[in-house]
Design a protein around this ligand. Structure first.
Ligand code: PLP
Length: 394
């Protein structure tokens, strides 16, 4: 018999994918412009022009054998240096090239990090709502995911609840801010308090690693600050990706940054290299490593997401929806108009609105709207949101 866990994972689509597939069929039936698809977190803004220009330059002027060849498993040394230099220029953490491991995006960063840290039965606390793949990645790395609900209404970390969830088996806390699916940015106060709890555990002899999943770091609006965890806690690892900041999700490029101030940083980095090796990643895409070294610090035009957020929040609130104030990413978390969010998301389909029930994100009573869509589609969808709300008033 082959591995049944893998069969199960490969046979059952995620709720989000299921909805996306439904959307494709529905568009074929009634027309592309009649369906309002808010299901996926696929960037709707093109990469900045410098990405195309630089790729053309590398392909035109680079040595093709080198451009398309293997790099070192952990990534090309000059690319890792460029990433480290950039992090230092932003956050002054004294990181070096040998603390950076180039990956195929945040998913790979997380899988490698979890496999590097966890032993059989170790627990990983995360804050709900959370990215559903965390459970898949943690369990594949022999661990157990322990979701702890964020504070009702704000979905900031609930420090007391996290404290209560820590057991002798807790090996890591996995956070994601700006958050998918809530769009919430964890405040500096929340991060400081969380790190204080972890520091207390450390002083009592238990090291708990803080893993920060940061594909949305640059996608923040109105000058909101996303604290850099290395400046708050030593035993920390950043899992970064360029999928969203540069609109390159299909190219698979990101990195893991191990805090150089961590106790045993060299051993943890070796474990990261070992996990990457055992998982068969070989190396991150060479062409895109080279690109990153040259365009680091630039982002796509995120003003489109900010405008979408403003239009959506203003409209939905005026129709009577209760929304969680989103400071970042491109997701809006909205209170379901009936207790069962699955039923609410199903009813939204009657209005050709494809929105995701938050149950799969570990929270009851909410839905996620991915507003990384064209402003035109967003504007055309508003009457449907209004009609959906009206249908509950009858
Ligand atoms: N983590 C979170 C919170 C995400 O939302 C995503 C993708 O949507 C990922 C990780 C995976 O990102 P990547 O495409 O870089 O692997």
């Amino acid at each position: 018999m082959i591995n049944q866990t893998s069969v199960q994972l490969g046979s059952v689509r995620s709720v989000i994918r299921e909805l996306f597939e439904y959307g494709k069929k529905r568009k074929a039936q009634i027309g592309e412009d009649k369906v309002f698809d808010f299901s996926l977190g696929n960037p709707s803004v093109a990469p900045p022009q410098i990405v195309e220009d630089t790729l053309i330059d590398i392909l035109t002027n680079g040595d093709p054998v080198e451009v398309h060849g293997y790099t070192s498993a952990q990534g090309d040394a000059s690319v890792r240096k460029a990433v480290a230099d950039y992090i230092n220029s932003q956050f002054a953490v004294g990181i070096g090239a040998d603390n950076i491991y180039m990956t195929c995006g945040a998913a790979a960063s997380l899988c490698i990090t979890l496999n590097a840290l966890l032993n059989e039965g170790d627990e990983v606390i995360t804050i709900a709502p959370y990215f559903p793949e965390y459970k898949v990645f943690t369990e594949h790395a022999r661990g157990k995911l322990v979701p702890v609900l964020g504070e009702e209404g704000t979905f900031q970390p609930d420090i007391e609840a996290i404290k209560a969830a820590i057991t002798p088996n807790t090996k890591a806390i996995l956070i994601n801010s700006p958050n998918n699916p809530s769009g919430v940015v964890y405040t500096e106060q929340a991060i400081t308090e969380l790190c204080k709890v972890l520091q207390e555990c450390k002083e009592n002899g238990q090291t708990i690693y803080l893993i920060s999943d940061e594909p949305y770091r640059e996608l923040v609006f109105g000058g909101v600050k996303v604290p850099y965890i290395m400046n708050y806690y030593r035993d920390s690892i950043v899992c970064y990706s360029y999928s969203k900041s540069l609109s390159l999700p299909g190219e698979r490029i990101g990195y893991i940054a191990v805090n150089p101030a961590m106790e045993g940083a060299a051993e943890v980095y070796a474990a990261v290299c070992g996990a990457g090796r055992a998982l068969g990643y070989v190396c991150a895409p060479a062409l895109f490593q080279k690109l990153i070294a040259r365009v680091i610090g630039t982002t796509s035009d995120i003003s489109v997401y900010k405008n979408n957020r403003d239009v959506l929040v203003q409209a939905l609130e005026s129709y009577g929806y209760e929304v969680v104030r989103p400071d970042g990413a491109f997701y809006l978390f909205v209170k379901s108009l009936e207790p069962d969010s699955d039923a609410f998301a199903e009813r939204a389909k009657d209005y050709e609105l494809l929105i995701v029930s938050a149950k799969s994100f570990g929270v009851e009573g909410y839905v996620r709207i991915s507003y990384c869509v064209s402003p035109d589609m967003l504007a055309r969808s508003l009457p449907a949101f209004r009609a959906l709300a009206e249908s509950y008033k009858k």
